[in-house]
Design a protein around this ligand. Structure first.
Ligand SMILES: [Cu+2]
Length: 324
């Protein structure tokens, strides 16, 4: 496969990833499932592309796609994430930031995705800590949220949002907290997580460049949990971060709480597509007994899979079916 074709496949793959990241988890449900009307923004053409951003990659037919995974850039497609607050270790802070638009002004018009205009994720760069927050916004476009970072060190903040009339974006910015810092060693590969007396197991493999089925099963005291509560219109929210650079994917489950066929546990099914082989940290938010909890896992994508570039004769294996 020549480079141009390969790039085309890669761009298409990312289009699927980002569709999935923005609520199209519903859209890829079982055949015949009705699509909620509010779910189409994710794949809407990006308005700002007319201004151009010098891309010469040729893959311009899918505007929802970018050739860089989400979260790696502080600015993309004319939008920028601007932290306004310095954080000190252990001090609860009113953390403020703006998202500026192509006109340079703080953005004040957003699409609502999963009940919120903006989802704000903060992790330590060693991937040992994770927070999923929902800041409030004032009329001038300044977002604020209570945020406490217990330890000094380097953190990454992600703003996951859809500008009104545009397509989804995840911008990422580093937050640096002064002080002596001892990074945690990388988490070992783990398919079982314990949180607050719950055990969550993960089944399925992440195959780079392919939609991969992951099944997460929740139990408590050895009994399957069958009364999970909807949280932001889903039984679970899964954030995947690539070890090494914290490339970001937000995946919603297959099926919604109100579709009449999705069980409230113990299993939550996701289709995730990661852009490359490597280790990923997965963070699952789920709600039970009125409380949201986060279970975390480390998964090796592409483990045991031949690396595409290692087999020059196996070009056909790239012709993935991205539609599962
Ligand atoms: Cu959120």
């Amino acid at each position: 496969m020549n480079t141009a074709t390969r790039l085309g496949v890669y761009v298409l793959g990312l289009a699927v990833v980002f569709g999935g990241a923005l609520g199209a988890g519903r859209a890829i449900g079982p055949a015949g499932a009705p699509l909620p009307a509010e779910d189409h923004s994710a794949m809407a053409p990006a308005k700002q592309t007319a201004e151009g951003h010098g891309d010469d990659h040729g893959g311009t037919t899918r505007q929802a796609a970018s050739d860089t995974p989400g979260g790696l850039q502080v600015s993309d497609k004319g939008y920028a994430l601007n932290p306004l607050t310095t954080i000190r270790a252990g001090e609860p802070t009113d953390f403020r930031f703006t998202v500026t638009g192509p006109d340079g002004k703080p953005l004040t018009r957003y699409e609502v995705e999963h009940e919120k205009e903006l989802h704000f994720i903060v992790v330590s760069r060693d991937l040992a800590t994770f927070q999923h927050l929902h800041p409030g916004r004032d009329a001038d476009g300044v977002w604020s949220t209570k945020l406490t970072l217990d330890e000094p060190g380097a953190y990454r903040a992600f703003a996951d949002f859809v500008p009104a009339g545009g397509s989804g974006l995840t911008l990422g910015a580093d937050l640096l907290v002064a002080g002596d810092y001892e990074p945690e060693p990388p988490a070992e590969v783990s398919r079982t997580a314990e949180v607050d007396g719950y055990t969550v197991t993960l089944d399925g493999d992440l195959v780079p460049g392919r939609s991969s089925k992951l099944t997460l099963s929740v139990s408590k005291d050895g009994k399957p949990v069958t009364d999970l509560q909807p949280y932001l219109e889903a039984y679970g929210h899964l954030v995947a971060l690539r070890a090494g650079d914290l490339a970001y994917l937000h995946v919603h489950p297959d099926g919604t709480p109100d579709d009449g066929k999705t069980a409230a546990g113990p299993e939550i099914v996701f289709y995730a597509e990661v852009p490359s082989a490597g280790d990923y940290r997965l963070f699952l938010d789920f709600q039970h007994d009125g409380k949201v909890r986060t279970a975390d896992f480390t998964v090796q994508a592409g483990a045991g899979q031949p690396r595409p570039t290692a087999e020059p004769s196996a070009g056909a294996s790239h012709d993935d079916d991205h539609t599962h």
